[in-house]
Design a protein around this ligand. Structure first.
Ligand code: FAD
Ligand code: NA
Length: 396
């Protein structure tokens, strides 16, 4: 293969490294992806009704890192967009009088569902203190049920977290480390935005537009429908490889156990609305924490950037144990197993006598937001340069 660098994976991790190589060296770069599109899990497309759909679930860009924003905002075009999410909460009895309440839990959530007199931070602290007064779990909490009930009380725990966790992980919070639900935000103010990062944006021509720009460079060639595991013999002569696919797949021949992932399944419905601005849901994303429905959320893509269409497309998300790898499963088995893979990865360059580097959410077995994936690629690039791993040579 007559290229200087091979990048496996056309998601943010791979595309950012490809771009940095192209701009800073004279190398010829090949980016391959086993899928039939660029963009990795951020890929989106416009459907027959003119609505942009994210194939692998809604993606909202948010970051605190100015360097990440400075880098990525040069590709595609972006507009400010503050994401809001409502949860559909059913009453404890069997009646159908559900209510929509904002998540993360904030003052409006309490007002809507439990106590309309809660108005400010002081009220909120007093209300939560009362709600959790009789709860006597010892710290450190033994599991996520304890850590969540201790913070939120039984009512919020049952309405928002118990069944939702069951649906998401097929495990009850009692079976999950305390840390899993400890990360759930709780606000003592009226900020009902889903994220609080200072930079919150959506790309006007989609993430796919951003990736087209990122990869549009004379030194970069993209080959789709090309699986590294099937074609790796063609690439053995390439001296510099960055692998952003699943690390257990890369080392499959070593006979170790495989890492566990949660996946998602999507179901789509389109409705004719007539009016181009009419939508079906009270928010772009409606979470479904109740057991009354089997899916975890419904996304109405038309609402992102206020798209106009005579139709609207709703996508329901179901958590699944099989399918494309989405979320690493944080438990002791997987943590230990990943550490073993990581050791193999660290020795791979020496073993192969050519540079092989591992980057991204699948290679690092770690959930990364988009800004973290981009930031991680920028940081590694600096490190690799320092370590003398980036050459400027060109193939003749
Ligand atoms: P990926 O995007 O997964 O790219 C890896 C690529 O490698 C894939 O295209 C894959 O096909 C390819 N590949 C794998 N194996 C091979 C092989 N053998 N040969 C060739 N190619 C291969 N982040 C946010 O910031 N905001 C959000 O709102 C948000 N929402 C999300 C919602 C969901 C449902 C999920 C799962 C993630 C969400 N994320 C969000 C995270 C975001 O998707 C990741 O940050 C991003 O995809 C990471 O990019 P990556 O390049 O590391 O991995
Ligand atoms: Na999301």
């Amino acid at each position: 293969m007559n290229v200087d660098a091979l990048i496996v994976g056309a998601g943010f991790s791979g595309a950012v490294i490809a771009r940095l190589l192209a701009e800073n060296t004279k190398q010829k770069i090949m980016v391959i992806d086993s899928r039939d599109h660029i963009g990795g899990n951020c890929y989106d497309y416009v459907n027959q009704y003119g609505i942009r759909i994210s194939k692998y679930g809604a993606h909202l860009f948010h970051t605190t890192r100015q360097d990440v924003w400075n880098f990525i905002s040069a590709f595609g075009s972006w507009e400010p967009w503050e994401h809001k999410v409502l949860a559909k909460i059913y009453p404890r009895d069997s009646s159908d009088n559900f209510a929509y309440a904002p998540v993360p839990i904030c003052i409006q959530t309490i007002q809507k569902l439990y106590d309309s007199s809660v108005q400010n931070e002081e009220d909120m602290r007093r209300w939560l203190a009362e709600e959790t007064r009789s709860i006597k779990f010892q710290t450190p909490y033994k599991n996520s049920m304890e850590s969540a009930v201790a913070r939120f009380g039984h009512r919020i725990y049952n309405d928002f977290f118990h069944s939702y966790t069951l649906k998401q992980w097929e495990k009850s919070p009692e079976e999950l480390d305390a840390s899993v639900l400890e990360r759930i935000p709780l606000r003592y103010n009226k900020d009902d935005r889903y994220f609080t990062d200072p930079i919150q944006m959506l790309p006007s021509c989609g993430y796919t537009g951003v990736f087209k720009d990122l990869l549009n460079h004379p030194q970069i060639e993209v080959r789709l429908n090309t699986d590294y595991f099937q074609e790796r013999h063609c690439f053995n002569s390439v001296n510099f490889t960055v692998f952003t696919g699943p690390i257990d797949g890369y080392f499959a021949s070593r006979g170790l156990d495989r890492l566990e992932y949660r996946s998602l399944r999507f179901e789509e419905d389109t409705f004719e609305m007539g009016d181009k601005d009419t939508v079906m849901q009270p928010a772009s994303v409606v979470n479904e924490p109740s057991m009354r429905v089997p899916y975890t959320r419904t996304v109405e893509f038309k609402q992102f950037l206020n798209q106009r269409s005579t139709h609207t497309t709703l996508v329901r998300e179901y958590s699944a144990s099989n399918g494309d790898p989405y979320y690493p499963v944080p438990n002791e088995r997987n943590t230990k197993l990943y550490a073993t893979y990581q050791q193999l990865a660290e020795r791979e360059t020496e073993a192969e006598r050519r540079t092989v580097l591992f980057l991204g959410r699948l290679a690092n077995y770690k959930y990364l937001n988009m800004d973290q994936a981009i930031g991680n690629a920028l940081d590694h690039w600096q490190q690799w340069k320092k370590d003398g791993m980036i050459k400027t040579r060109v193939v003749n």
